[in-house]
Design a protein around this ligand. Structure first.
Ligand code: ADP
Ligand code: MG
Length: 388
């Protein structure tokens, strides 16, 4: 393989915050960047050389992007295979369509993981309302039903059997769940009793060299990541099992670029794979402060076939997501969060994605904080967030 050296152009399918932060890292290394996104004023827009407007399945625009790029990568797994194939005619696409086909469909992803020996919680695929009803009765008790395609941040998911304290869909059964998810293939999972959630980010170069970051500890509220910290400080044996599982998946899939492996640590101590993301991941935003090399720089190194960077932790760091809710007052009136107050906390930094419209549940930015310990970093970032 030959390295794609600085000065070359990187094309990114997707111009959301992940594309934006990757572009900023690529710029630091001296690359030129262009992105494709359905929204011409997407977050990456302000930091790239060119923005191509195109839907996730617009193969013609993907080909245009690739024609002027030395390598193409992606920041969202919903990009169609037709786009990846069209781009691959003009530039290497990393990760390629092979692993993307498997990852972008939850059913194929789970089947692949099961066939390759990854530990999974109880799950069933359902291609019809009847199959979903069977799946739910076989699994029994509380379940998550997730669309096979297209979900993120807990969207395209329905919780079953959680009782009245949860969202309105909570008491629905198979027919409602099937309808709510658009009558499309889905996966039913037994709701697990979680002790914690962790993730491992693996970077893999085209030649097969791989490096994994120390695991991150992730806290979700309403299925959306609320805060995350590196390192996770899980016991050494758990860490090494998590590392082994993630590395095996990345090499089994033949990933070129990044692969985030989300994992559950169940109350009974079991370590289970939740899902895969073949791109930078929200749970590694803290790598910018915590690690010698950030996940964004590592993505650039991996897809350009440069030597992978040092993933050691230099200091504990945490992030807290800032959702659109913060810009909406009690009465739905627009408000400006008090960033001045949050930034008065020592060790705290602000990252905004330049999204124009705040919406409930929409990720608008994040706060980050360093600390002497992971706990201190989390405490600082959450204190800062409360001051907003
Ligand atoms: P997304 O693609 O939206 O990230 P996930 O499958 O990762 O979807 O689900 C989001 C979050 O919902 C998880 O991080 C976890 O907190 C919770 N969750 C999902 N599936 C389960 C499950 N089977 N048991 C317990 N919690 C779950
Ligand atoms: Mg997830």
């Amino acid at each position: 393989m030959t390295a794609i050296l600085p000065g070359a152009t990187i094309g990114i399918l997707g111009g959301g915050q992940l594309g934006r932060m990757t572009a900023m890292a690529a710029r630091s290394l001296g690359y030129r960047i262009q992105v494709m996104d359905p929204d011409p004023s997407c977050p990456a827009r302000f930091v790239v050389d060119a923005c191509f407007e195109g839907a996730w399945d617009d193969a013609r625009v993907a080909a245009d992007l690739a024609r002027g790029s030395d390598v193409v990568t992606l920041e969202i797994e919903q990009v169609s295979l037709a786009c990846l194939d069209a781009a691959a005619k003009y530039a290497p696409v990393r990760p390629s369509a092979g692993p993307m086909r498997i990852i972008q469909d939850r059913i194929l992803q789970k089947k692949w993981l099961a066939e390759h020996g990854a530990p999974l919680g109880p799950w069933r695929a359902a291609e019809s309302e009847t199959e979903l009803a069977e799946a739910l009765s076989e699994l029994g008790g509380k379940c998550f039903v997730k669309s096979a395609r297209g979900g993120y941040d807990g969207r395209s998911q329905v919780k079953i059997g959680f009782g009245e304290s949860h969202i309105s869909e909570s008491r629905c059964g198979a027919p409602d769940a099937w309808r709510l998810l658009g009558a499309k293939p889905c996966v039913a999972e037994k709701a697990l009793d979680l002790d914690k959630e962790i993730s491992v980010m693996v970077a893999r170069a085209p030649g097969g060299e791989a490096k994994s970051f120390p695991s991150a500890l992730n806290h979700h509220e309403n299925q959306i990541l609320e805060w995350s910290v590196i390192p996770s400080s899980v016991p050494a044996d758990l860490e090494s099992r998590a590392q082994e599982i993630a590395a095996q998946i990345a090499s089994g899939l033949g990933i070129e670029g990044l692969l985030a492996v989300e994992m559950f640590v169940a109350k009974n101590g079991e370590l289970l794979v939740n899902e895969l993301a073949p791109r930078p991941h929200n749970s590694y935003h803290a790598s910018e402060l915590a690690c010698v090399t950030s996940q964004f720089e590592q993505a650039v190194r991996a897809v350009c076939d440069l030597p992978l960077g040092d993933v050691s932790v230099v200091q504990p760091a945490a992030i807290a997501n800032l959702l659109g809710d913060l810009w909406l007052g009690e009465d739905g009136e627009a408000r400006e969060p008090r960033f001045d107050r949050a930034l008065a906390i020592p060790g705290v930094s602000l990252h905004l994605y330049e999204k124009h419209k705040p919406r409930k549940g929409r990720k608008m930015g994040h706060l980050s904080a360093v600390g002497k310990t992971p706990d201190e970093a989390v405490q600082r970032v959450m204190t800062a967030k409360e001051l907003l």
